[in-house]
Design a protein around this ligand. Structure first.
Ligand code: ZN
Ligand code: ZN
Length: 338
C-alpha cells in the first residue's frame, strides 16, 4: 500500500509502497483510510519534538475510514462501517481511562508516533479508539472530529468551562484548529472575537461565524479591550502559542481563563506572574479528545453546527500540503486522501 513513512527526524518523510501484515489482534480493526488530517503536530514529530516516536513510522493521527476487517473479539464494528478514530489508543485500565479522561492516559499509544498512522491506504486501529460516524457526516467532517472539533470542544467545555454569552478570543483563527474553534464557540453560545495574522483570511473567518475578526498585531490588546467595553475576554483559546501568548494573556478579563492548545514555535514564554495574580487569571493546557468528545463533535457536525473548512490533497501531494502548512498559507484544515 502507499504510505508516508518517517525514517529519520528532521528529514522529509518518504512516500513509499509497503506491505501491510493482514493479521489482526483480537480487538484490532483494519480500516481503509478515507481521509486523514495533516496536523501541526506532524511537522513537530518530523522535527523530533516527540521523544516517544518509534522510527520508522507511518505518520498521521487524524483518521476517518471504513472498516475492512475486524479481530475475533470485536463486536461493535463490522466491515463497511464508517468510523472516526481517537488520535491514540488508550490503555483502558488506568485511573484516567476509568474516569473518562482517557486523553490523559500515560500509556496511550499515539498514531503516527508510537504506532503506524493513517497517511496510508490502510491503518490498523484498536476498537477502543473508534466511534461510528453518522450518515450525514462526510469523511472530511470525520477526519477533523478528533484532533480538531473534539479537542476544541474539550478545551471550551471541560477546561475553560465556558458559559453561554461569555466572550471568547481565538488566536490562529484562520488555521485548522482556529476556524473550527470559532464554530464550536458559537455553537456553545459565546461571543467570538477571532485573531489572525493574515487579513486575507478575514472573509473565511467571518463566514465561519466570528462576531469580530482582527489582526494579531501590536494593536490586538487595545482592539480586544475596545470590543469588550474595556473588560477583556472571559476565555482565550490560544492556538498559536508563544508568538501570541503574552498579548492573549493581556486580553483576559479579571477571572479570565486561557487554554493553550498549540505552540507553533515549540519554544517557551515568560509569564508575568503579577498580572495573573492581580487579575486572578488561570492558564491551562489540554491535549486531544476523549471518546465522549469525539461523539459530541460528530453530533455537532451532523447537526450542521460545525462545517468542515478544509482543502483536500491526494496523499501523493503531501509535500505541497506540508509546505502550505509551514507557510501558514492555508485556511482551515489540510486533509490527505489516499
Ligand atoms: Zn492533530
Ligand atoms: Zn489509560
Amino acid at each position: 500500500m502507499r504510505a508516508v513513512l518517517l525514517k529519520k527526524f528532521k528529514e522529509l518523510p518518504e512516500l513509499t509502497d509497503l506491505e501491510l501484515d493482514p493479521s489482526l489482534g483480537s480487538n484490532e480493526v483494519l480500516l481503509e483510510v478515507e481521509m486523514s488530517g495533516l496536523c501541526y503536530r506532524d511537522l513537530l514529530t518530523i522535527d523530533g519534538y516527540f521523544p516517544r516516536t518509534k522510527l520508522p513510522i507511518i505518520l498521521g493521527h487524524e483518521i476517518a475510514g471504513k472498516v475492512l476487517a475486524v479481530g475475533e473479539d470485536v463486536v461493535d464494528f463490522k466491515p463497511g462501517d464508517r468510523v472516526a478514530s481517537l488520535t491514540y489508543i488508550p490503555c483502558g485500565k488506568c485511573k484516567y481511562c476509568k474516569s473518562g479522561n482517557e486523553n490523559l492516559c500515560k500509556q496511550r499509544l499515539t498514531f503516527g508516533e508510537e504506532i503506524n498512522g493513517s497517511f496510508a491506504q490502510m491503518v490498523k486501529v484498536h476498537e477502543r479508539s473508534l466511534v461510528k460516524v453518522p450518515d450525514n457526516v462526510t469523511p472530511e467532517g470525520a477526519a477533523i472530529a478528533s484532533c480538531v472539533t473534539g479537542m476544541v470542544l474539550r478545551a471550551f467545555r471541560h477546561v475553560a468551562k465556558v458559559k453561554q454569552d461569555e466572550s471568547v478570543l481565538i488566536t490562529g483563527a484562520g488555521g485548522g484548529v482556529g476556524i473550527h474553534a470559532v464554530q464550536v464557540a458559537k455553537a456553545l453560545g459565546c461571543k467570538v472575537i477571532a485573531a489572525t495574522s493574515s487579513e486575507e483570511k478575514f472573509k473565511y473567518i467571518m463566514e465561519a461565524g466570528a462576531d469580530e475578526v482582527l489582526l494579531s498585531d501590536d494593536k490586538m490588546v487595545e482592539k480586544v479591550k475596545r470590543l469588550t467595553g474595556d473588560d477583556g475576554v472571559d476565555v482565550v483559546l490560544e492556538a498559536v502559542g508563544q508568538p501570541t501568548f503574552e498579548k492573549s494573556l493581556r486580553c483576559l478579563a479579571w477571572g479570565g481563563r486561557m487554554v493553550v492548545v498549540g505552540n507553533v514555535t515549540a519554544s517557551s514564554v515568560e509569564v508575568p506572574l503579577g498580572l495573573i495574580i492581580l487579575k486572578a487569571n488561570s492558564i491551562a493546557g489540554t491535549i486531544a479528545a476523549t471518546k465522549k468528545d469525539l461523539e459530541d463533535a460528530l453530533k455537532l457536525t451532523a447537526d450542521g453546527k460545525v462545517r468542515p473548512v478544509v482543502t483536500v490533497y491526494p496523499l501523493e501531494k503531501i509535500y505541497d500540503a506540508m509546505e502550505k502548512m509551514r507557510r501558514k498559507e492555508s485556511v482551515g484544515r489540510l486533509l490527505l486522501k489516499p
